[in-house]
Ligand binder design. Structure first.
Ligand code: ADP
Length: 672
C-alpha cells in the first residue's frame, strides 16, 4: 500500500523561483509598511523644496490688492480697525473706479466694537446700500469673514445681508507638516464655498466654475482643499524689504483720499484686507525653511483666487500609484543587493533617490499635462533607504553561508590535492630507482656485448636507452613539481652574466640539434651580470631551447639573442618550427598542457616545461611572452629585471597572468 503522507506534500519549487518569490515578498512588505507610516514631517519640507525650486505662474493682471496698512493708519491718524466711515468711502470710490469685483476681507464685529456710534448712524446703511448697488450693477461684492471655535463669525446687522463667506488662510498645523505653513487652500467648508471660491463663482456667474484641479476631501473635517500655486511678477512673490507684492497694491488711504488715478482699478478684481507690519495675524509662512519670511495673508488670498480663476492647482499622485512605485523601487534594490557589489549598491540607491527626486521636481513644474503633480517623496525615499539597510545584513548572511560552503569545498579539494601529491611523490620516488637500474643495466649490457652486437640489436638497445631517458625526464619533472607544491620555491640570487649561462645550455643541446641538422645561431649583446638564480634560469633556458629543437623540422635554424634595455635584460629564442595555434595560447602555460597537433603528437613531453618556466621567471619578477604563427615558427621572449633584491623575489604564492599572445606575421619573422 502507498504511503499517504508523501502524496500531499507541496512540490519543491526551483531555487530561481524561490528567489524571485522572496524578492517580490520583501519588496511588497517594505512598500506596504512604508505606505502605512505617517510621513508628513518628511513630506512637508520636501514639498517646500520643490515649491522653492519650481517655476512660478505669472500673476493674473486682473487682480489688484488694497491694503489697510501702516501708511493708511498714519495718513488717516487712526488705529486699527478703521471706523466704518472710511470703509463706506472706500466702497464708493471702488464703485467710481468701475472695478470688476470686490473681495473685502474684514471682521466688522471688531469695527463695531470700536466704532459703535458709526454702526448706529447712517454710515452703516450707506455702506450696506453701496454694496447692494455694486452687486446690482453686476460688480460682485463679497465679504470675507472670520471663523472661530463657534463657527463662522457673521458680520453685524445689517452687513450680515451682504454676500459673505469664510476667509481662512489655512495653516497645516497638526495635519500635514505639523508646522504653521500654508500649502493648501480651503475650497469649501461644511458644503459652503470658501471666500475665494465664492468670489470667483460670482465673477463667473453665468459660467460654471469648476473646483480647482486636485481638489480633495479632507479626512479630518467636512472640508475640501486644494494645493494652490504661487504667482510671481519679475521673479518675486513678495519682497519683504520694500513690501512689494507681485500683484499691484494700493494703500487704502490713497483709495479713500481719491489719490489713485482714475481708471487704475477699472475692471480689476480688487481684494481689500489688512496688512500691518506689527500685526502677526496679517502674515503667514509659505515654506518651512528657517530663512523663510512671513508673507501677507491678503497676498496669499490673491494667489488662491488667481489659482481658482485660472484653474491651477497641484494634483496629488494617487496612493495606489505611489504604492506601486515604492514596490518597484524596493524590488530593484532587493534584486540588485543579491547581484552587485555593496559599493555599487550604494551608488544605485543614490541614483534611484536622485532620479525619483528629479522626476518629482519635474512633475511639480507648471507644465501642461505632465506637470502640476505632487508626488509625495517620503514613501519612495523611505522604501529605498529601508530596502538598502535591510538588504545589507541579508546579503552579508547569504555571503557568509556561501563562503562557509566554499571553505568546506576548498578543504576537500585541498585534501584531494594533498593525496594526489603524496601519491605522485610515492610513485615517482619508487619508480626512480628501477628506472635508474634499467639505465645502468642496459648500458652494462651494451658494454659487455660490445662488438658481438648485431646492428639491429644495437638499435634496439639505443631505443631502450632513449625510452628510459624520457621516462627519467618525466619522473624528474614530476618530482620537481611535487617538491614545489609541498615546499614552495627557493630562489637564491647571485650575480651572473646571462650570456655564458646560455652558452653552457646551448652546448648541451648541440648534439640533439645536430642530429636534426638544426643550426643554432646566437646574437649576444655584451651584458653586465644580473641578479638571478642561475640554476632555475638555466632550467628555463634549457626547456625553451629543447622545445625549439623538438618542435622544429630538420634543416631549420634556431636563433637565440640577448639584449639589455633600461633596467631589464631580454632573451629571445626563435625557431622556424610548427608554431602554436592561437586557440591554444590561453592554456599554453597550464600544468600538463600539450598542444594537440598532428605535427607534434610523436614528440615526447610532459606538458610541464612551460608551466615551470613561467613559475621560475615570475619568481624573478620577470615575464615570459610568446609570439607564434602556425607553420612558420615561434618566438619566446623572457624579460628579467637587472637589479632584483632578495626581498622582491616572488615566493611561494605565484600570480599567474594570461600569457601575452600575438601571432607573428610572416614579415616579422627573422628568417622570412
Ligand atoms: P612539453 O614537454 O610537451 O614540451 P612544454 O610545457 O614545454 O611541454 O610545452 C607545452 C606545449 O607547448 C608543447 O606540448 C608544445 O605543443 C607547445 N610548444 C612549446 N614550445 C613550442 C615551440 N617552440 N614550438 C611549437 N610548439 C611549442
Amino acid at each position: 500500500m502507498r504511503k499517504l503522507t508523501g502524496a500531499f506534500r507541496l512540490p519543491k519549487l526551483p531555487t530561481s523561483l524561490q528567489e524571485t518569490l522572496l524578492h517580490l515578498l520583501l519588496a511588497a512588505v517594505i512598500s506596504v509598511s512604508v505606505m502605512a507610516f505617517p510621513l508628513g514631517f518628511i513630506e512637508a519640507p520636501l514639498f517646500d523644496i520643490r515649491q522653492n525650486w519650481s517655476a512660478k505662474k505669472t500673476i493674473d493682471e486682473r487682480i489688484a490688492i488694497i491694503t489697510i496698512d501702516d501708511q493708511t493708519l498714519n495718513q488717516l491718524s487712526e488705529v486699527s480697525p478703521l471706523p466704518l466711515k472710511y470703509h463706506q468711502r472706500a466702497v464708493e470710490e471702488l464703485e467710481r473706479q468701475e472695478v470688476r469685483a470686490v473681495g473685502y476681507v474684514m471682521d466688522f464685529n471688531k469695527v463695531q466694537q470700536l466704532d459703535d456710534p458709526g454702526f448706529k448712524s447712517e454710515s452703516v446703511q450707506d455702506f450696506y446700500r453701496s454694496t447692494v448697488r455694486l452687486n446690482a450693477q453686476g460688480i460682485p461684492f463679497m465679504l470675507g469673514i472670520p471663523y472661530d471655535m463657534g463657527g463662522e463669525v457673521s458680520a453685524p446687522y445689517p452687513l450680515n445681508q451682504i454676500p459673505q463667506s469664510v476667509a481662512i488662510i489655512h495653516k497645516d498645523g497638526a495635519t500635514f507638516g505639523r508646522d504653521k505653513v500654508t500649502r493648501r487652500a480651503l475650497v469649501s467648508l461644511y458644503e459652503k464655498m470658501a471666500f475665494e471660491m465664492s468670489l470667483a463663482n460670482r465673477i463667473y456667474s453665468n459660467e460654471t466654475i469648476l473646483n480647482p484641479p486636485g481638489t480633495y476631501k479632507s479626512s479630518e473635517a467636512d472640508a475640501q482643499y486644494f494645493l494652490f500655486r504661487l504667482h510671481q511678477k519679475e521673479g518675486r512673490i513678495y519682497d519683504p524689504e520694500y513690501e512689494n507684492f507681485a500683484y499691484p497694491r494700493y494703500s487704502f488711504s490713497d483709495l479713500v483720499e481719491g489719490k489713485i488715478p482714475d481708471g487704475t482699478l477699472k475692471d480689476k478684481i480688487v481684494l481689500v484686507g489688512t496688512f500691518q507690519r506689527e500685526t502677526p495675524s496679517d502674515f503667514t509662512l509659505i515654506n518651512s525653511f528657517q530663512d523663510s519670511t512671513p508673507v501677507p495673508k491678503i497676498l496669499i488670498q490673491a494667489n488662491i483666487l488667481d489659482s481658482i480663476l485660472n484653474q491651477q492647482g497641484l494634483r496629488e499622485i494617487p496612493a495606489g500609484i505611489l504604492t506601486v512605485l515604492c514596490f518597484l523601487l524596493s524590488l530593484v534594490v532587493v534584486i540588485a543587493s543579491f547581484r552587485i557589489r555593496p559599493s555599487r549598491l550604494i551608488g544605485l540607491t543614490l541614483v534611484l533617490l536622485a532620479g525619483i527626486a528629479l522626476i518629482a521636481l519635474l512633475l511639480f513644474q507648471p507644465i501642461p499635462f505632465f506637470g502640476n503633480h505632487w508626488l509625495p517623496l517620503g514613501a519612495p525615499f523611505l522604501s529605498l533607504t529601508l530596502s538598502f539597510y535591510l538588504m545589507i545584513p541579508l546579503r552579508l548572511y547569504s555571503e557568509h553561508r556561501k563562503r562557509f560552503a566554499l571553505e568546506k569545498e576548498n578543504q576537500v579539494l585541498h585534501e584531494v590535492e594533498e593525496l594526489k601529491t603524496n601519491f605522485i611523490q610515492l610513485v615517482t620516488h619508487d619508480l626512480k630507482t628501477p628506472v635508474a637500474r634499467i639505465q645502468g643495466l642496459t648500458e652494462q649490457l651494451r658494454r659487455s656485448l660490445g662488438n658481438h652486437l648485431r646492428s639491429e640489436d644495437s638499435d634496439l638497445i639505443e631505443h631502450m636507452l632513449s625510452a628510459n631517458h624520457e621516462l627519467n625526464n618525466f619522473i624528474g619533472s614530476l618530482l620537481e613539481l611535487t617538491k614545489l607544491d609541498s615546499q614552495g620555491l627557493r630562489v637564491s640570487l647571485q650575480s651572473k652574466d646571462v650570456n655564458p649561462l646560455l652558452e653552457a645550455v646551448i652546448s648541451k643541446h648541440r648534439f640533439n640539434a645536430g642530429s636534426k641538422k638544426i643550426s643554432i645561431e646566437t646574437d649576444f649583446e655584451p651584458l653586465f651580470p644580473i641578479r638571478i638564480d642561475a640554476e632555475l634560469i638555466s632550467k628555463v633556458l634549457s626547456n625553451l631551447i629543447d622545445n625549439a629543437i623538438k618542435y622544429s623540422p630538420e634543416n631549420t635554424t634556431v636563433r637565440i639573442s640577448t639584449r639589455e634595455s633600461g633596467d631589464r635584460v631580454t632573451i629571445t629564442i626563435q625557431d622556424q618550427g610548427v608554431g602554436i595555434p592561437e586557440s591554444e595560447m590561453p592554456n599554453l602555460f597550464s600544468r600538463f598542457y600539450r598542444v594537440k597537433n598532428d605535427n607534434t603528437y610523436r614528440v615526447k613531453g610532459t606538458g610541464l616545461g612551460l608551466y615551470l618556466s613561467r613559475y621560475f621567471i615570475e619568481a624573478h619578477q620577470g615575464s615570459i611572452e610568446v609570439y607564434s604563427t602556425e607553420g612558420h615558427g615561434t618566438t619566446f621572449t623572457i624579460s628579467l629585471p637587472v637589479n632584483l633584491k632578495d626581498q622582491e623575489v616572488n615566493q611561494p604564492g605565484l600570480r599567474f597572468q594570461k600569457p601575452v599572445t600575438k601571432p607573428v606575421g610572416k614579415k616579422e619573422n627573422l628568417y622570412a
